[in-house]
Design a protein around this ligand. Structure first.
Ligand SMILES: O=c1ccc(O)c[nH]1
Length: 344
């Protein structure tokens, strides 16, 4: 159900406070055809309330004619900034970019961040933004987990359903998502509250068994029957099961790019205000599924690009797969046990 402008402006004020936005700084709100009007309206009010400049850069949508899904995260890599030098320069000249469009996994995003820019993605519906407005405690919890992941050299995931997969770590940076951008060069996503990295290229190997209730994104579906994926050499080599396995395989093969089967980021959810059950209450296109990605105790793995982490793989197909009831171990020490965060 809806939230009031008052609630959403108050949430934006909290976010801009955590981003340490200063009076006189320039904010560019990046919008396109699917931007939520209330989110835009309330963001501008909060930016102006801090005495900052609020510019809007509205770009033409892209990929609609090639993507099989309308979800903005389904087809990544090229964005309305691709080849759009004037737009990139405006964003690089901004102190803060509020991405109400979705730039994720794009070379242009990297260029803007490398120039010291800050980008905060916010495209979930207003009520989800309000429910998961970021806090300093979210940052503390994500960074504490990140220190452990950064020090680890192996990540192994097992489950009663039959998952037993391992990844070597160390070649890629951390993806620390706590919902605000408090330093130059940072990208983040409101709402979030999870941690990830990329496994060393070629290292992912083993079996992942998706059990009923595990989630496929951007399909926005709960798996209803086991799907078995065999991983070797950093790639998904087979996807077996019922029609849901066929649907996943058919969708990935539709890109005509073998790189879509590469393993992308791996990590786990840390957000206690995110809930596994939310996906069951939303129409497929009403949300991009951040509750599923961030809910505390999930194991989140994905397939496709690694350019976000400095790699060269920019395949357009990105599948996010949050799983329940897994045990995640870093160098043999559990950080998630049977789907629950190991505290301390
Ligand atoms: O916030 C996000 C959203 C999707 C994704 O694949 C990574 N991080």
């Amino acid at each position: 159900m809806s939230v009031s402008d008052y609630e959403l402006v108050r949430a934006w004020r909290q976010v801009l406070d955590l981003c340490r936005l200063e009076a006189g700084q320039t904010v560019t709100l990046l919008t396109s055809a699917d931007t939520n009007r209330q989110t835009l309206r309330c963001a501008i009010l909060a930016v102006r309330d801090r005495g900052a400049i609020a510019n809007r850069l509205d770009l033409q949508p892209t990929n609609g004619g090639v993507s099989l899904s309308r979800d903005p995260l389904a087809y990544v890599g090229t964005t309305p900034l691709t080849g759009n030098r004037a737009a990139v320069e405006m964003l690089k000249a901004s102190d803060l970019v509020l991405d109400l469009m979705t730039l994720l996994f794009s070379a242009e995003q990297h260029e803007i961040l490398a120039a010291g820019g800050r980008i905060l993605l916010a495209v979930e519906p207003p009520e989800i933004l309000v429910r998961m407005v970021p806090t300093a405690e979210d940052r503390t919890r994500v960074l504490a987990a990140s220190a452990r992941l950064r020090a680890a050299r192996s990540l192994r995931v097992t489950s009663a359903a039959g998952t037993d997969v391992s990844f070597a770590l160390g070649d890629y940076p951390m993806l620390e998502e706590y919902g605000f951008v408090d330093a130059p060069g940072r990208w983040d996503h409101w709402p979030s509250g999870f941690l990830a990295t990329w496994s060393n290229e070629g290292s992912a190997r083993g079996t992942i068994v998706l059990a009923p209730g595990d989630i496929l994104l951007p399909q926005k579906s709960y798996v209803t029957a086991p799907v078995t994926l065999r991983l070797d050499g950093g790639y998904v080599r087979s996807i077996e099961g019922g029609y849901e396995a066929d649907h996943l395989r058919d969708y990935m093969e539709s890109f005509g790019d073998p790189e879509v089967f590469a393993v992308s980021h791996i990590g786990w959810g840390l957000q206690r205000r995110a809930h596994w059950s939310v996906l069951g209450f939303y129409d497929r296109e009403a949300s991009i599924g951040m509750d599923a990605r961030a809910c505390a105790g999930n194991f989140l793995w994905s397939t496709g690009p690694n350019n976000e982490a400095g790699g060269t793989r920019d395949t357009a197909c990105h599948i996010d797969i949050p799983m329940r009831n897994c045990t995640v171990k870093l160098d043999g020490v559990a950080v998630v046990r049977d789907g629950r965060l190991v505290e301390g």
